[in-house]
Design a protein around this ligand. Structure first.
Ligand SMILES: *Cc1c(COP(=O)(O)O)cnc(C)c1O
Length: 226
């Protein structure tokens, strides 16, 4: 079910893209240094298509199974699509995730690092991997605790042979996001990581100000998820 017309989606996409570019300039950063990841979870091909037809190719999804249902067909039509997994990954879905996703942003615990390591040995596919940090140390939220981040990142390399390219976080909904963005940046800097996936519809300007290289934006483009 869609409540937006294709033109609504296209226009909102264009204005979000513009706002991301403006936020980059405001932060004295190059527009090309901030990548917009359009989060299409819960929305179907009819909603996603206007964004693809506007030339956009980078999308985020939070469930492997849902993505398997809609993306293979869209990827056949738009082969240069880059898909990011931004939701929790289960060990029994790592094979499917590696097959479909170009970036897995949610490496968040030893068991998943180990499962990914095993599956990667069986395939030539090499999705980029980011580690999710639970900056707010929320018990219900996935991610590595900030104080365990350095050790986990080292183990990813030494124990599981994984090359990690960046970090991602989802700040607590009821707190100002900026301290969380700053914390993520600090952890990335001391571990030599260049990619920072942080900032969503409500807070991407602040994230860009604090160094986000990837912002993940859904509802500002597609409307509210039903
Ligand atoms: C849904 C989701 C987003 C997009 O959130 P909006 O508020 O709709 O922009 C970003 N990141 C993650 C991890 C998400 O699950």
């Amino acid at each position: 079910m869609t409540q937006s017309t294709p033109d609504d989606v296209k226009n909102r996409y264009l204005s979000v893209r513009h706002a991301v570019q403006r936020a980059a300039r405001d932060a004295d950063r190059a527009e090309a240094d901030v990548t917009l990841v359009v989060v299409s979870k819960t929305f179907g091909p009819e909603d996603i298509e206007p964004v693809l037809l506007s030339g956009h190719r980078i999308f985020g999804e939070n469930r492997v199974q849902e993505s398997q249902g809609k993306w293979p067909e869209l990827k056949a039509r738009f082969p240069d699509v880059e898909l990011h997994l931004i939701g929790p990954l289960q060990s029994n879905k790592t094979k499917e995730a590696i097959a479909l996703f170009d970036v897995i942003e949610t490496v968040d615990r030893p068991s998943i690092a180990e499962a990914l390591s095993k599956e990667l040995k069986k395939t030539d596919r090499r999705p980029k991997l980011y580690v999710q940090i639970n900056t707010g140390e929320e018990p219900q939220k996935a991610g590595v605790a900030p104080k365990e981040a350095d050790d986990f990142l080292k183990r990813c390399h030494s124990e599981w042979g994984l090359e990690i390219s960046g970090l991602m976080c989802i700040p607590p909904v009821d707190e100002p996001p900026s301290p969380h963005f700053a914390l993520l940046r600090k952890i990335a800097e001391r571990n030599g990581l260049k990619i920072l996936s942080m900032g969503m519809s409500s807070d991407f300007e602040a994230a860009i100000q604090l160094g986000a290289t990837h912002v993940r934006i859904g509802s500002a483009i597609f409307g509210h998820r039903g």
